[in-house]
Design a binder for this molecule. Structure first.
Ligand SMILES: *[C@@H]1O[C@H](CO)[C@@H](O)[C@H](O)[C@H]1NC(C)=O
Ligand SMILES: *[C@@H]1O[C@H](CO)[C@@H](O)[C@H](O)[C@H]1NC(C)=O
Length: 662
């Protein structure tokens, strides 16, 4: 059987499942519902595309995997003891997406799945001798189908009707075989789930930390070789923005640890490390974080960072020299964390469990700690970090003001500009360039997403050179972006229209605006779980029998991650029912997705206290809505007042001539 060949399914598949499994045909099947992704250039001239409409089993297309390609090299390495460093070989290998901290968006030098498969989004890959597949989130399936070569099968990781990784491997290996994977790069819970499912099917999962990294470092083609880690040192985060010394933070965490009976904790999430130590680095693409682990004991603090990554002021502030007392920090090499955890003397060590977005500690971290010492709990830093202090609140407000100036300038410019020749990607570039002009700007807080017309139908749409729609004046343009500033982090989505919108578009936009108004003006008992506030935002959409597939909102960090735990505004959420607290910052991002266009409006809201035991919101984002898309006849007096006072705040606080009129 040729490696590209996908066996005929035993049971009839749904249309969706069919289109994901077919290789080239998938692109054709999807073309009618998704934005015209141009087929990627053929890997070899011999490759031909089977047609979806072919009546008989399609003629085998030649889907050569060149012997020097990463996929072919991985297949060879699985059977080569100089890579596996074990006498045995592997029949299958799992390729994970993230880094050792399970960051939502890992740096280029951590993107092993992209190196092997070409898929740059989240997901998990599995490679066998004769087949390869990748499991991606539901929203990413169309893009994966459009970008991956026919050597890869694509599965929807969120669809229980599609085979699991263990099932898929077992089906091909005949319920016998050894599976390798790097346990540093996936969560403890996921690793355990894979291992258990595989064991039931006669497969054995083994931690192989070096194979893939060695393969990547020895990549013969320089352009594909693993990039070096960033050498930029981490600096102190300015005291004006942090509002609390690292010693006080350490003391606060110790108190939480005592309360749950832990003697120590290992801090694995990079935003928690940055928050705890009051440092900011440049090791991740969209967040100012330092690649380091911290072990916080009852009496000592150990930082595991690559040599030379802490600036002199950081080393002084952390008192790393002559550290013998409790008020100082010991700095060790990053790679020693695993060995040191094995030798840890504490009786109970808190190992971060997964939250909603944060995935907790990796399997390798958890397994380094002897089993009887592990205590899996959500990191107490999640709550401490989410609740911004006065300095952080001031910083977040200031960052949003800077961001408002940038976005107002941009929207103004776009409005006056001739749209001829504009594309989604060129608008995206303008967004990024406009933010860069702001003082205190550090970088984009997320990858800028611009979607015009039918592209807006897909919440997860991202333009790429292969699928880059031109921008015209006859549909909506959705711009989702955010900025990292010294003072704080912003996320904003606006939908604009450069021509005369249809009634349908105005109706959709105004409904979404009413959702924003409903949540923005909510007052609720402080005991209300954030997830339970979600129906308030969705009510105007539900009344029109509409819904959107993503959460309405999530926490936002202060010069940390654009998306943070613990709260999520999503009615589907039945775990992690955390309440909103004064000082949290959350997004409000309702949307309306039509086949021909999309509407999404995203603000950041500050949680404020309203009378004793009640909370409310104050908009941090101060960027006008698109007047052309608002159908005033749909708004109640209450909503019109809300809109007017929002616009007044923009005029007073941002004070741009291009602000809202009237
Ligand atoms: C450590 O620092 C805290 C607060 O800065 C102080 O109260 C405490 O006395 C110090 N302890 C030692 C042993 O120096
Ligand atoms: C918008 O205008 C462009 C160019 O004139 C055209 O190709 C496209 O089909 C139009 N879209 C809609 C939804 O009318």
């Amino acid at each position: 059987m040729l490696p590209w060949y996908i066996p005929a399914p035993q049971t009839p598949l749904s249309l969706a499942a069919f289109s994901f499994i077919a290789c080239q045909g998938a692109r054709l099947a999807h073309a009618s519902t998704t934005p015209v992704p141009a087929p990627p250039p053929p890997l070899s001239t011999a490759r031909t595309a089977p047609s979806v409409t072919a009546p008989e089993p399609p003629p085998p297309p030649a889907c050569d995997v060149p012997p020097a390609s990463p996929l072919a090299r991985l297949r060879a390495a699985m059977r080569n003891s100089s890579f596996t460093q074990m006498s045995a070989y592997f029949d299958a290998f799992l390729v994970f997406f993230s880094d050792e901290h399970l960051s939502e968006e890992p740096a280029a030098e951590e993107r092993r799945l992209e190196y092997i498969s070409g898929w740059e989004g989240a997901g998990t890959g599995a490679v066998l001798d004769g087949a390869a597949a990748v499991w991606v989130p539901a929203g990413d399936v169309p893009r994966a189908v459009a970008t991956l070569s026919c050597a890869w099968q694509i599965f929807d990781a969120d669809d229980p009707n599609q085979p699991s990784i263990a099932e898929w491997i077992a089906e091909r290996l005949g319920r016998r075989g050894r599976v390798g994977g790097d346990a540093r790069l996936t969560s403890h819970a996921e690793w355990q789930a894979h291992a258990a499912a595989m064991q039931q099917l006669g497969l054995q999962l083994t931690h192989v930390p070096t194979l893939l990294d060695q393969l990547w470092s020895e990549e013969p083609e320089p352009a594909k070789r693993r990039p070096d880690f960033s050498k930029i040192v981490a600096n102190l985060h300015h005291m004006d923005y942090v509002g609390m010394s690292w010693r006080d933070k350490v003391a606060a965490v110790r108190e939480e640890l005592r309360a749950v009976g832990a003697d120590a904790m290992v801090v694995t999430a990079l935003d928690e490390v940055a928050w705890l130590l009051n440092v900011r680095g440049r090791d991740l693409p969209h967040a100012p974080l330092l690649r380091a682990f911290v072990v916080l004991g009852a009496r000592d603090l150990r930082v595991y960072a690559p040599p030379g990554k802490l600036s002199m002021p950081v080393r002084e502030a952390l008192a790393v020299y002559n550290c013998y007392s409790t008020n100082c920090t010991r700095v060790n090499d990053y790679v020693n964390i695993y060995a040191d955890l094995r030798r840890a003397t504490e009786a109970k060590i808190l190992v971060p469990a997964a939250g909603t977005f944060q995935r907790g500690a990796s399997a390798a971290i958890a397994q380094s700690i002897p089993q009887n010492k592990r205590m899996f709990l959500l990191s107490p830093i999640v709550y401490l970090k989410a609740q911004k202090n006065e300095a952080e609140i001031r910083g977040m407000r200031k960052a949003h003001l800077r961001d408002a100036v940038a976005m107002c300038t941009l929207l103004c410019y776009l409005e006056g500009q001739n749209k001829a020749g504009m594309s989604e990607m060129s608008v995206g570039k303008l967004v990024d360039m406009t933010r860069e002009t702001q003082a205190g700007f550090v970088g984009a807080a997320l990858r800028t997403r611009v979607a015009f017309g039918p592209s807006g139908a897909e919440p997860a749409y991202r333009a790429s050179p292969a699928a880059n729609r031109r921008v015209f004046t006859n549909s909506t343009l959705v711009i989702r972006s955010g900025g990292q500033y010294d003072e704080g982090t912003t996320v904003v989505t606006r939908t604009v229209h450069f021509g005369v919108p249809s009634r349908e578009m105005r109706h959709a936009y105004t409904t979404v605006l009413r959702a924003a108004a409903a949540l923005g003006t909510l007052r609720a008992p402080a005991a209300l779980p954030a997830a339970h506030a979600d129906p308030v935002a969705r009510a105007p959409l539900w009344a029109a029998r509409r819904d959107y597939p993503h959460p309405t909102g999530h926490g936002v960090g202060a010069a940390l991650n654009a998306r943070e735990d613990p709260v999520v505004l999503d009615y589907r959420q039945d775990v992690n029912l955390h309440t909103l607290r004064e000082g949290y910052f959350v997004t409000s991002e309702p949307g309306w997705y039509e086949e021909k266009f999309g509407v999404r409006l995203g603000n950041v809201l500050e949680v404020i206290s309203k009378a004793p035991m009640y909370i409310g919101f104050r908009a941090a984002t101060l960027i006008p809505y698109e007047p052309k898309l608002i159908d005033k006849t749909m708004l109640t007096e209450y909503e019109i007042n809300w809109l007017n006072s929002y616009n007044e705040r923009i005029r007073n606080e941002v004070g741009l001539s291009c602000g809202p009129k009237g």
